[in-house]
Design a protein around this ligand. Structure first.
Ligand code: HEM
Length: 512
């Protein structure tokens, strides 16, 4: 009897506590609502985490249709603003760029970027500025990119050779063929090292896993007291990835230290080592700082261009008219007598439009890396507290029907007319095209990323004829499927892309 009474009593108290908690939470949320942008009602403890689903960019785009282009959500107890229109992106990335130029910390950013001492995730300030400047001056500015052109030409030719040597009785796996191209290029440019195919595949997987870990909505980031339970198994994956990354970067640095002539810095690693040895430098760089910056270059350089090449090839294969137009342009500018050179790219204007249109519909990042407010501020009458996270939905902005006519269709021609239109493909005037971000934290690797994607697509289409295997067509509409997968940050194809190729140039046929 006494035990039954105790059980009943405990249940009653728990029920009352739950009701009080929900009521208090609801009053608190309603009170905050007036001062914050509108948004869906958050549940206690988890907030709106349950609403993100497997494709959060689509789920949040659908919610923004109801609540508007500036929406507040709660991830756990953390306030996050979701930006889904060019006008709102302008508010955060241009008008109040400086206030929102920091990055939101997470278990992944702390683990994988040596406590956020890299460029991508480091807080806005003098250290970030100095590291970013070093990367641009040593690797990413137009002069250095020109200097490294031979590397990109050699690696793209090596990819063509792999296709020529492949078994032509079977469809070619395009996804696999292009997957480590960019890793090979960035390793040679930044570390002066040529790695084996197996090594490159391993680095590529390590980078993919890092992107996944950076972007996954980790419950422990939003409900910190659940960290120890590791409900999604992410802590273990973070530890394993960090171990592999650290081992690789230690080796890169050791090799450079062994062969370094401090008077003649040759690549980014040498320059960072020289900076670390300079007692008068503004920042005394530690070995961890060097590894953090080098890993950024691998991150930015590796898994960014290949998905663009994959999506561009998918759209080209799906749209025979686009393929014909591209191949005509290649015939006209390059001719049948030789393969494409990188210096041909400025004259391949339709190709450039195809890559821009690909980036609009399939941005490499569904969201920009999370921005963070460094002080309280007022945006459009709303009171935004310090440390508010901002999630810019690049995917939704690229498909916004108010910015783009026939927004869901692949129409590269829209970028051929951009001079007369409101839309600026560099993302400067109207932030409708945000594939590289905007403002202070805008991608410093835009030129390199675009060069790699344009060059690879041009070479593939010039050297070969392409056809989708019948088995890969959707049974209902006889079209190639264009379904994406949310990989934390990146949006690769859900299924790998296959095609049947035949040589188009005589000089290629002879390579076999
Ligand atoms: C086509 C390929 C690429 C795309 C689509 C791309 C896209 C982006 C985007 C969307 C951002 C975030 C901007 C923001 O949060 O506001 C970013 C940042 C960054 N990207 Fe790229 N990127 C590409 C290639 C590269 C390459 C090749 C590198 C370097 C090797 C690179 C290095 C970086 C760095 C260091 C940042 C952080 C900038 C900062 O926070 O100051 N990216 N990129």
């Amino acid at each position: 009897m006494a035990i039954e009474f105790v059980e009943f009593y405990i249940k009653l108290v728990t029920a009352i506590l739950f009701v009080v908690l929900v009521a208090a939470w609801s009053i608190f949320s309603r009170e905050r609502k007036g001062r914050l942008p509108p948004g869906p009602f958050p549940l206690p403890i988890i907030g709106n985490l349950h609403m993100l689903g497997k494709l959060p960019h689509r789920a949040l785009a659908a919610l923004s249709m109801k609540y508007g282009p500036l929406m507040s959500i709660r991830l756990g107890s953390t306030l996050t603003l979701v930006v889904s229109s060019p006008e709102m992106a302008t508010e955060f990335l241009k008008t109040r760029d400086q206030i929102f130029a920091s990055r939101a910390p997470s278990a992944a950013t702390k683990h994988l970027t040596y406590n956020m001492s890299d460029v991508i995730f480091s807080p806005y300030g003098p250290y970030w500025r100095q590291m970013r400047r070093l990367c641009v001056s040593q690797l990413l500015n137009p002069k250095r990119l020109d200097y490294f052109r031979f590397i990109r030409e050699e690696e793209v030719s090596a990819m063509i050779q792999v296709i020529v040597n492949s078994d032509d009785s079977r469809p070619l796996n395009i996804s696999q063929t292009v997957s480590s191209l960019a890793t090979a290029i960035i390793c040679r440019m930044a570390f002066s090292r040529k790695y084996s195919d197996q090594d490159l595949r391993d680095f590529s997987s390590m980078v993919k896993e890092s992107f996944l870990l950076f972007g996954t909505f980790n419950i422990a980031d939003y409900i910190p007291y659940l960290h120890w339970m590791d409900l999604q198994g992410l802590n273990r994956r973070l530890r394993n990835n960090h171990k592999a990354q650290d081992y690789f970067l230690e080796k890169v640095i050791d090799e450079h230290v062994a062969h370094n002539d401090p008077n003649v810095p040759k690549d980014l690693v040498d320059v960072l080592l020289a900076e670390a040895a300079d007692k008068d430098a503004e920042f005394q760089l530690s070995r961890d700082n060097i590894k953090a910056v080098l890993f950024d270059m691998l991150l930015g350089g590796s898994d960014t261009a290949p998905p663009i090449i994959e999506w561009a090839m998918s759209e080209v294969l799906k749209n025979p008219l686009v393929l014909t137009k591209l191949q005509h342009e290649l015939e006209h500018v390059v001719g049948f007598g030789r393969i494409v050179c990188e210096t041909d790219l400025p004259r391949l204007v339709y190709l450039q439009a195809v890559v821009k249109e690909t980036l609009r519909l399939y941005p490499q990042g569904a969201f920009l890396f999370r921005h963070l407010s460094s002080e309280p501020c007022n945006v459009l009458g709303y009171e935004i507290p310090q440390n508010t996270r901002v999630l810019v939905n690049v995917w939704a902005i690229g498909r916004n029907p108010e910015s783009w006519e026939d927004a869901g269709s692949f129409k590269p021609e829209r970028f051929m007319e951009e001079v007369d239109s409101e839309v600026d493909a560099n993302g400067d005037q109207n932030l409708g095209w945000l594939s590289f971000g905007a403002g202070r934290r805008r991608c410093p690797g835009q030129q390199l990323g675009t060069l790699m994607a344009e060059f690879a697509v041009a070479q593939l289409l010039h050297c070969f004829n392409w056809r989708v295997p019948l088995a890969d067509m959707n049974e209902q509409n006889q079209e190639l499927d264009m379904i994406e997968r949310f990989n934390g940050i990146t949006l690769p194809r859900a299924h790998q892309l296959f095609a049947i190729t035949t040589p188009r140039l005589e000089c290629i046929a002879h390579l076999k």
